[in-house]
Ligand binder design. Structure first.
Ligand code: SF4
Ligand code: SF4
Length: 126
């Protein structure tokens, strides 16, 4: 169990090696928000070698007062636009937004352990 990651304030731990067998459940499935800040949009645009405006028109949509990455509908599933089914991973991994980097240590899951259990096979002790 040496690869377990824990974080202060969270009662569960995370085993990153689970991602290899999981198939990217957190990047696909039910529709959701993948929020990006301006700085994150700039980093993603640079990673993709695109002008910010081009990136925003192609990959972002407004949700409330924030911006989210768009999704791609695949049957009943909703994939993040950057989820690559060919290798079941993130095609912009090095520039992925903080929301993705911090998963599964989201405050939301502190009070929704069932949702976390259903979403991520890498969590332990939830
Ligand atoms: S759902 Fe959990 S185990 Fe699966 S890819 Fe995402 S973080 Fe990894
Ligand atoms: S940006 Fe990458 S890590 Fe984040 S939801 Fe999309 S595919 Fe997953």
């Amino acid at each position: 169990m040496s690869d377990l990651i824990s974080q202060e304030g969270f009662s569960f731990a995370f085993r990153p090696s689970a991602c290899a067998e999981c198939g990217g459940h957190c990047c696909s499935g039910e529709s959701g928000n993948i929020f990006v800040s301006l700085a994150e949009a700039e980093a993603l645009a640079a990673f993709l070698n695109l002008e910010l405006e081009v990136f925003a028109l192609r990959y972002l949509e407004k949700r409330g007062y924030r911006y989210s990455l768009i999704e791609r509908r695949v049957g009943e599933e909703h994939d993040c636009i950057f989820f690559d089914r060919s290798f079941k991973g993130c095609s912009v991994y090095a520039a992925r937004p903080q929301q993705c980097r911090s998963f599964p240590f989201w405050d939301y899951f502190k009070s929704h352990p069932d949702a976390l259990r259903a979403e991520c096979p890498g969590v332990v002790g939830v």
